[in-house]
Ligand binder design. Sequence first.
Ligand code: FES
Length: 94
Amino acid sequence: MPKENLYLCMGSACHQLGVYEVLPRLQSLMKDYDLEDTVELKGSFCLETCSYGIVMKFKEEHFVDINPQNIDDKFIGEILPTIQKALEQNSSPS
Ligand code: FES
């Protein structure tokens, strides 16, 4: 199964808000939740919603207002459920 891409904005506005603190946290969260084989974390150019804090994107869904303090909550509360739902739809019943 091809991996799904999870994008983290690396544009200048998001960079200033602390993307480089968010990134290692995300990597370890993905490890904790066993997403390394199914989801690819990718840097992205500006996702065009700069005024809303650090931005992430998974499929057509945008996650905004992320910062180094709330990344755990955001991931577990919003991003992870979206990923899991998408992965469920992808996997054929066995
Ligand atoms: S720099 Fe991240 S959305 Fe524009």
